[in-house]
Design a protein around this ligand. Structure first.
Ligand SMILES: [Zn+2]
Ligand SMILES: [Zn+2]
Length: 300
């Protein structure tokens, strides 16, 4: 099970209803990580009762303050709460330089180590049951997006098992382990019963302008979380960001199952917000606009 929680969904500046970008992930109830850490991230982590002390990995898409300004407070709080475990922070090039500066500002005691990892597009961070792969995004400064992908698992097809008279039990376990078994005079090979089940794929772009080179990384995602800073027609001189039409086009071309747009410009309140939502629904009826506190649970 993967739980994704939106702790910040506003572009550049917070609004009364929205913090700047931060995503909280919880996988199989034990691995927790963040993507981007906007200004009020730690207050949201506490308000929603999320176990932030068990966050051991933080992925930053790029070094614009709306995506990292919450780091220093969170890092200090973790120290005050007695953290001893190492914290891993990942980001695009120059992450080491920026974190070096951030971690030496002010007076505080940090009783734990921070390991900084600079990632290039294509770099893979491997966990026991999933991987996170960096991909190139198209912002004004060095930036990357992240692809979360569960590793495939071997699962018994119980319909196929029933044809041999097999029920859940140690024999199924042996087949899963790749052993051929004999049961009631029948020789059963693993491939007769066991199937590979594809894992969940969730993609977060961070800030980017429209570029079809990203499709390769996004394709087939169960969930695409992408920025759509503007409604169609509102982009004017702003580049390096997407509008709704571009975000939807990207999602459709990449054949994603579910689209959530985030990083809304602060102009989208009241009627302007309603128009933004209506425009999205017109283009892609199943798509959703993220809001702070929104929770999504996905199962393979
Ligand atoms: Zn931003
Ligand atoms: Zn940015």
């Amino acid at each position: 099970m993967l739980k994704v929680m939106f702790l910040g969904t506003s572009a550049s500046v917070p609004t009364k209803e929205r913090n700047t970008p931060c995503l909280y992930f919880e996988h199989d109830y034990d691995v927790r990580f963040l993507m981007d850490v906007g200004e009020c991230c730690q207050k949201s982590l506490i308000s929603y009762g999320l176990k932030f002390m068990r966050v051991n990995h933080i992925f930053i898409t790029h070094w614009h303050a709306d995506h990292f300004a919450g780091l220093i407070g969170l890092i200090q709080t973790m120290g005050l709460e007695g953290r001893r475990k190492e914290l891993h922070i990942y980001g695009p090039k120059r992450s080491k330089e920026f974190l070096d500066k951030l971690l030496t500002v002010g007076y505080y005691n940090r009783p734990y180590k921070i390991e900084v990892h600079e990632l290039s597009p294509g770099d893979v961070v491997s966990f026991e049951r999933f991987t996170i792969t960096a991909f190139k995004t198209y912002h004004r400064i060095p930036s990357i997006g992240y692809v979360f992908e569960e590793k495939p698992i071997m699962k018994a097809n119980m319909e196929k098992a029933a044809k041999f008279g097999l029920k859940t039990g140690p024999l199924i376990g042996k087949l899963k382990a790749g052993e051929t078994i004999t049961f009631k005079g029948q020789t059963i090979k693993p491939e007769d019963v066991i199937e590979e089940v594809k894992g969940l794929k969730v993609v977060y772009t961070g800030d980017t302008e429209y570029n079809e080179d990203m499709i390769e990384s996004i394709k087939g995602a169960d969930l695409l979380i992408t920025e759509a800073t503007f409604a169609e027609g509102d982009k004017e001189k702003y580049v390096y960001h997407m509008d709704l039409k571009e975000a939807v086009t990207l999602a459709k071309k990449a054949n994603v199952k579910r689209l959530v747009v985030t990083h809304l410009s602060r102009r989208y309140v009241k009627e302007a917000y309603d128009d933004y939502v209506a425009q999205l629904k017109n283009m892609f009826s199943d798509a959703e606009v993220a809001h702070d506190g929104m929770e999504i649970k996905l199962k393979r």
